[in-house]
Design a protein around this ligand. Structure first.
Ligand code: UGA
Length: 428
């Protein structure tokens, strides 16, 4: 099938490359000329393992890139995968999605399915439909499908080829069938829902994941007080199938472009409808406090942080990505600087993206041991494998004091004690 994908972020580009692999003829469109030039040279403008190779494999065959809209003419399906970043009040900025709807108007002379993959609030399908009708587009010329995406950064390729489920929300059987045929090579449950149901499923999924994380983080604080290991507790409850083992890693809190944004989006929707979302608000509140707890822990161990040399290992909001959006490293570093610590930081891929987001006085290095030299403490913020496999005897040798604050529980407290570290995990 011929399809056009609007937007070449994580979702748009991964979807485009996956559909090209499935044999569809895909054009990915973006307004950013530099990005499109890069993609036309086979370079992915962000770090996502495996995506480069997939794009290169299909480039100029099943997969094309353009800033022009020409491919829409012959596309049966147009997938909207542009961003919906948060506004100040927590609501999502819908301007990019609405711009896509506007761009489609001249092309809706022949029937097309508009697939909304961008994360959008409940009611968006109706807003876009009403808008197109108000612009004189005939109702018979389009259907709108709400088709949320559940891929994670860092494992985007795997997640899109092997999704847990596909959600297709539409009131048109024809549109559902066309959308389904895009994905028919995926072996997973396919849920056909209303548009509104699909829109809500996405917000609910991310908010539930956020809830699991804030729950385990709160439990970690309680465990810490009673000298119980949260990792044992997480496994102990997680093997109960009703609870599940995933998303029970206690730590510095959730970041990224999705969980924080969709949680605020759902809170905004609830508020607007007159519901006070008490659970969701607490989830957000607990998460906002996590970075400061790391700094407090450090202060409990070192006393005043003034002029103390602190090495921060990890900047990205999670491993296998260079994405710094809502990364917990940002508030942690800002707070350390406020406490007048001398902060050094290392990340294997996110350093460049981090620079404009953290205070200038922070020294970013490309050597994780060098930043730890003569340091008073190392704080682990992202659980990169590189850190898990660190040469701990070298690390101990270069540090002034062997204090480790492990914000991701990547080491075993017993091993670290044996190695001679003053090791402080999270919730253990
Ligand atoms: C999230 C969802 O997991 C995807 O299903 C969804 O498609 C995506 O948002 C989206 O809406 O586009 P992502 O933001 O890439 O994916 O990252 P996650 O793997 O969900 O991690 C989010 C944050 O939670 C990270 O900061 C991570 O470190 C933290 N986290 C995750 C924990 O602190 N503990 C955990 O147990 C799991």
């Amino acid at each position: 099938m011929k399809a056009t994908v609007m937007g070449t972020g994580y979702v748009g580009l991964t979807t485009g490359a996956m559909l090209a692999q499935f044999g569809h003829k895909i054009t990915c469109i973006d307004i950013d000329e530099r990005k499109i030039d890069q993609l036309n040279m086979g370079q992915v403008p962000f770090y996502e393992p495996g995506l480069d190779a997939l794009v290169k494999k299909h480039l100029n065959k099943n997969l094309k890139f353009s800033t022009g809209l020409q491919s829409i003419v012959n596309s049966k399906v147009v997938i909207c995968a542009v961003g919906t970043p948060p506004n100040q009040d927590g609501s999502p900025d819908m301007s990019y999605v609405l711009a896509v709807a506007q761009q489609l108007i001249p092309y809706l002379k022949r029937y097309k399915v508009i697939v909304i993959k961008s994360t959008v609030p409940v009611g968006t399908k109706k807003i876009i439909q009403d808008y197109l009708l108000s612009q004189g587009v005939h109702r018979s010329k389009f259907d709108i499908v709400s088709n949320p995406e559940f891929l994670r950064e860092g494992t985007a390729i795997h997640d899109s080829f092997y999704p847990d489920r596909i959600v297709i929300g539409s009131d048109s059987q024809r549109a559902v069938s066309l959308t389904y045929s895009l994905y028919q090579q995926c072996e997973c449950p396919v849920l056909i829902t209303s548009n509104e149901g699909a829109e809500m499923i996405k917000y609910a999924a991310n908010s539930f994941l956020a809830t699991k994380i804030s729950f385990i983080n709160e439990l970690a604080d309680i465990c810490e007080k009673y000298s119980v290991d949260i990792e044992e507790v997480a496994r102990g409850i997680g093997y109960d199938k009703r609870i599940g083992l995933h998303f029970l890693k206690a730590g510095v809190g959730f970041g990224g472009s999705c969980l924080p944004k969709d949680l605020s989006g759902l809170i905004y929707l609830a508020d607007k409808s007159g519901i006070d979302p008490k659970v969701l608000r607490s989830v957000s509140h607990i998460n906002a406090e996590r970075p400061y707890q790391v700094v407090n822990k450090l202060k409990n161990v070192l006393g005043s942080l003034e002029n103390k040399k602190i090495a921060v290992w990890g900047l990205a909001f999670k491993p296998e990505t260079d994405d710094m959006r809502f990364a917990p490293s940002i508030p942690i570093i800002k707070q350390l600087v406020e406490e007048k610590a001398k902060v050094y930081a290392f990340d294997p891929v996110a350093a460049n993206n981090a620079k404009p987001l953290i205070p200038e006085c922070v020294k970013i290095s490309n050597d994780m041991y060098e930043i730890a030299r003569d340091s008073d403490a190392v704080v682990i913020v992202t659980e990169w494998d590189l850190f898990k496999n660190a040469d701990l005897s070298l690390l101990k040798k270069v540090m002034k004091y062997p204090v480790i604050i492990d914000g991701r529980n990547i080491f075993s407290p017993a091993d670290m004690k044996l190695q001679g570290f003053n090791y402080y995990g999270t919730g253990r």
